[in-house]
Every structure is written in C-alpha cells, then in structure tokens.
Design a binder for this molecule. Structure first.
Ligand code: FES
Length: 77
C-alpha cells in the first residue's frame, strides 16, 4: 500500500524508516521521503509512529514483568 502518494512511498518503506529509528514525521521524511509534498499523509505517518511506539512499550512491559513463570510440579506430572 502506498502511504505517500506525492512521493510514491509504500507503507513498507515508512515502517522500515520507523524501525530504523525515525520518531517524528520529519525524521521519516528525511529517511524515506514520505511526507515531502502536500502533507496529506502526515497523519498516517504519525499514526504509524505512535503504533510502533505502543508496540515497543508493550513489548518492554512484558519483558520487565515481575510475574513468575508457571511452575510445573513434578508431583503432578
Ligand atoms: S501524500 Fe505524502 S506528502 Fe502528499
């Protein structure tokens, strides 16, 4: 899917820019060119950044969870 019609930049390329560290619309534009035109895709790019950051935060939360893994009792098995 094309995210930026002005520059012909695909969703895949925008996601790659974000994955590579772009955290603002301007950084995405500098990395892959998306958003360097009419501005019609700016909200989509920002949403993609927010979505990525939420996923990162959720993954980090799982990684630092203080919850203990379930124990398998040898008496039960
Ligand atoms: S659609 Fe991306 S700048 Fe116009």
């Amino acid at each position: 899917m094309i995210v930026c019609l002005c520059q012909g930049v695909s969703e895949k390329r925008v996601r790659a820019a974000i994955q590579a560290g772009a955290r603002t619309r301007q950084q995405v534009t500098a990395t892959c060119g998306a958003g360097d035109g009419c501005g019609g895709c700016h909200r989509t790019i920002k949403s993609m950044i927010v979505e990525h950051l939420r996923r990162e935060a959720a993954a980090a939360q799982v990684g630092t969870s203080e919850c203990c893994p379930p124990r398998v009792s040898s008496a039960v098995v």
